[in-house]
Design a protein. Structure first.
Length: 337
């Protein structure tokens, strides 16, 4: 009976994961079909050279997504890196699978070592031997606790990749915020050509970035653009997804967002305190200035206080989510005991 209940809990958690991340269940397995001639036609035509915004969307299989999230979580506070395999569709990159790379990561950078490249080559050779013909279509890495965007090092890495092995995609996952929010925190990006000047874009979705990384974000944010991300699954990967989910679910049950994210929460509160001090200093300086006023709408959009309110609300929601998570576990397992 307990085993049946555990299976039911895991199944329900997987359904909640799919709903939270809006994973689409496909009726057909056609998306996994790899037309070698069609892929060669795309590679020959190279439409992305004529239009820097050619790729607008990314479709990621639920299995590849879960593998990336589990890998990102395993790194803790260190950045980890992996590679994605897939194919090209019109204006779209499709990620069918992902695999880890043995790299060393620090808090602010991921460096691919010689053994990582050797591993990549050997993995690709192994795939060809078993009939896996999908090309490498991008790389992913984690930003534990500081959001999904490309740093200066990431931008240079992605530019190099796009110059040498197009088409290529960069994905960033924040495992800490994923654990705190219960929804995958992810971003997909492509860089512009070196001499390309991006037009001023409208207001994008706000994301909380630590004060000590805002400068790095601001300097390089015009060098790349985000792609729309969606997820899918079909009958071909459902079995593997269920098997992998059991491992992910056990790790989730045995952990607490409140405990695992203590350092992240403390740092977030400390960062908000610094932003309050910075905002107070800016307001004090503005009150002593004369004859210079921002338009009311621009003031509202760029107000540091509005950003602090969003950050604090986000942190509060994450804490409530963690408390609810713990209460549900206590009720379930205390009742069975």
């Amino acid at each position: 009976w307990e085993r049946r209940m555990a299976v039911a809990d895991a199944s329900m958690a997987l359904k909640n994961f799919e709903i939270a991340n809006n994973i689409e269940t496909l009726e057909s397995d056609q998306i996994f079909e790899y037309d070698l001639d069609a892929q060669r036609a795309y590679l020959s035509a190279k439409p992305w050279l004529k239009d820097p915004h050619y790729f607008k969307r990314v479709k990621i299989s639920a299995l590849a997504l879960l593998k990336m999230v589990m890998h990102a979580r395993s790194g803790g506070t260190l950045e980890v890196m992996g590679v994605m395999q897939g194919k090209i569709e019109e204006n779209t990159l499709v990620v069918l699978d992902s695999f880890e790379l043995p790299v060393e990561g620090t808090e602010t950078r991921v460096t691919a070592l010689d053994e990582a490249y050797e591993y990549l080559v050997q993995y690709h050779i192994g795939c060809e031997k078993v009939g896996r013909v999908e090309n490498v279509v991008g790389w992913y890495h984690s930003h534990p606790g500081y959001g999904c965007w490309l740093s200066g090092i990431d931008v240079n890495t992605q530019m190099t990749n796009q110059q040498n092995q197009e088409p290529f995609l960069a994905i960033v996952i924040d495992p800490t915020r994923t654990c705190a929010a219960g929804k995958v925190e992810i971003g997909a990006f492509r860089t512009y050509p070196k001499d390309y000047k991006a037009a001023d874009a409208g207001p994008s979705e706000y994301q909380s970035i630590p004060l000590d990384k805002i400068e790095d974000f601001g300097v390089h944010c015009k060098h790349y653009y985000p792609l729309e991300v969606s997820y899918f699954k079909s009958s071909l990967d459902t079995h593997l997804l269920n098997l992998l989910w059991n491992k992910y679910w056990i790790n989730t049950l045995s952990s607490s967002p409140l405990l695992n994210n203590r350092e992240y929460t403390v740092n977030a509160i400390a960062d908000m305190a610094k932003k309050v001090e910075s905002a107070e200093s800016q307001l004090s300086h503005s009150s002593r200035s004369f004859g210079y006023h921002l338009p009311q709408q621009q003031k509202k959009e760029e107000s540091p206080l509005n950003q602090i309110i969003k950050d604090s609300s986000k942190t509060a929601v994450e804490q409530v989510h963690g408390v609810m998570n713990q209460i549900v576990k206590d009720v379930l397992f205390s009742a069975r005991a």
